[in-house]
Design a protein around this ligand. Structure first.
Ligand SMILES: CC(C)(COP(=O)(O)OP(=O)(O)OC[C@H]1O[C@@H](n2cnc3c(N)ncnc32)[C@H](O)[C@@H]1OP(=O)(O)O)[C@@H](O)C(=O)NCCC(=O)NCCS
Length: 310
C-alpha cells in the first residue's frame, strides 16, 4: 500500500495519544471499537516493561492511528492479541499489517498459538479474522445480575468466610491455580502477578472473599469494582463484577461455590453496587447453572478466535 505509515513499539510518552485514539473511536460511535481485552485500561498500571516490548503502534506523520497489543501467556504457549485501527484509516490494510507484526513478534516469543476475543456482533472483525486465517474456537457468555430483580438468599455458612488479608497472596495464588488448572485459556499466575493485581484499587484484598475449611482456604470469590461512571450510567447502576470464582477440586459438589459466590454478591450489594457482571465459558456447565440459579442472565456473548503460529 502507498501509505506512509510506520509500525513501532509503544513508549510511555505515547499514553495520552493512545487514550485519545480509543476515545476518538468511541466518539465516532464505533460501538464495538475494541476487543473485550483492551490494553488501555491497564496502561500506566501494568509493568511498562511489557508494554514497551509487546504493544505496537501504527503512526502517520506523528499521529497514532492504530495499535496491536500482544499479551504473553507463554506458560500455556499462547499470546492474546487485541487491535484497533482509527475508523478513518480502516480498510487500507493497516489491521492486516499490525496483525502480521504481532504474529511475527509472537513467534519470536516462542508462542504456539494466537488468540483474540471479539463481541458477537463485531461483523467486521469476524471477516477480518477469517481473512487472516483465524478460526472460531470458543464461545463465552457475558452474564448480568440486577439486585433490584432478585432476592439474594442469606448464606448460612458451614464454612468460615473472610476477606483476604494482605500477605496471603501466595495462598490465593495456589488456590486460583488449582481451581483453574484444567480450564481452557487459563495461564497459571505467579504470586507476583496476583500481588500486583491486588495492589490495584478496584481489585483490592477487601474485594476478595475466601472460604475456609479449618485453616485451609478452599474457595474464593474475587469481586471487582467497575470505576467507570459512564459505564454505570449506561447499564443503569453502579456496576461490579465477579472477576474470579473458584473452588479447590477436592472440595467441589458440596455447595461451596454457591456459598462463596453469594458471599461475594452480598459484599458487592453492601458496597452499593446495583449491577454485577460475570464472564463464563459456554462449555462450563457447572458455572453456568450456578450463576443462573442465582438470577444472572446472558446479555451478550463474545467469541474467541485462534490461529496456530508456524
Ligand atoms: C478489525 C480492524 C482491526 C480491521 O482493520 P483494517 O485496517 O480496517 O483491516 P484491513 O484493511 O487490513 O482489512 C483486511 C480484511 O478484513 C476484512 N474487512 C475489513 N474491514 C471490513 C469491512 N468494513 N467490511 C467487510 N470486511 C472488512 C476484509 O476481508 C479486508 O480485506 P479486503 O479489504 O481485501 O477485502 C478494524 O476494523 C478495527 O479497528 N475495528 C475495531 C476494533 C476491533 O474490532 N478489534 C478487534 C480486532 S480482532
Amino acid at each position: 500500500m502507498s501509505y506512509p505509515y510506520v509500525i513501532r513499539n509503544y513508549c510511555p510518552k505515547d499514553l495520552d495519544d493512545l487514550v485519545n485514539l480509543v476515545n476518538e473511536a468511541k466518539r465516532l460511535k464505533d460501538e464495538h471499537y475494541i476487543s473485550p481485552q483492551t490494553p488501555i485500561e491497564s496502561l500506566g498500571r501494568l509493568q511498562d516493561y511489557y508494554f514497551e516490548k509487546d504493544l505496537f503502534l501504527a503512526e502517520i506523520a506523528s499521529n497514532i492511528i492504530g495499535y496491536v497489543n500482544v499479551t504473553r501467556e507463554l506458560n500455556i504457549g499462547r499470546v492474546v492479541l487485541s487491535c484497533l485501527v482509527h475508523p478513518r484509516n480502516r480498510r487500507k490494510g493497516l489491521g492486516t499489517k499490525l496483525f502480521g507484526h504481532a504474529m511475527h513478534h509472537a513467534k519470536q516469543l516462542g508462542a504456539k498459538v494466537a488468540h483474540t476475543n471479539i463481541y458477537q456482533d463485531n461483523v467486521v472483525a469476524k471477516r477480518f479474522l477469517s481473512k487472516l486465517g483465524f478460526k472460531f474456537v470458543r464461545l463465552y457468555l457475558e452474564l448480568r445480575l440486577n439486585f433490584a430483580n432478585v432476592h439474594l438468599p442469606d448464606t448460612d455458612q458451614p464454612f468460615l468466610c473472610r476477606h483476604l488479608k494482605p500477605g496471603e497472596e501466595d495462598r490465593l495464588t495456589k488456590l486460583q491455580n488449582r481451581s483453574f488448572a484444567d480450564t481452557w485459556g487459563y495461564n497459571p499466575n505467579t504470586v507476583e502477578e496476583i500481588s500486583y493485581r491486588t495492589s490495584l484499587p478496584d481489585y483490592s484484598p477487601r474485594n476478595i472473599i475466601l472460604a475456609y475449611e479449618g485453616d485451609r482456604p478452599v474457595g474464593y470469590c474475587w469481586t471487582q469494582a467497575d470505576l467507570d461512571e459512564k459505564q454505570a450510567n449506561a447499564v443503569g447502576g453502579k456496576k461490579g463484577r465477579v472477576y474470579m470464582l473458584g473452588v479447590d477440586p477436592d472440595c467441589r459438589g458440596r455447595g461451596m461455590g454457591k456459598m462463596v459466590l453469594l458471599a461475594g454478591l452480598h459484599h458487592l450489594k453492601s458496597k452499593g453496587f446495583q449491577i454485577v457482571e460475570a464472564t463464563v465459558d459456554s462449555e462450563n456447565k457447572t458455572a453456568n447453572s450456578l450463576y443462573r440459579s442465582i438470577g444472572f442472565k446472558e446479555w451478550t456473548t463474545s467469541l474467541w478466535y485462534e490461529k496456530t503460529i508456524d
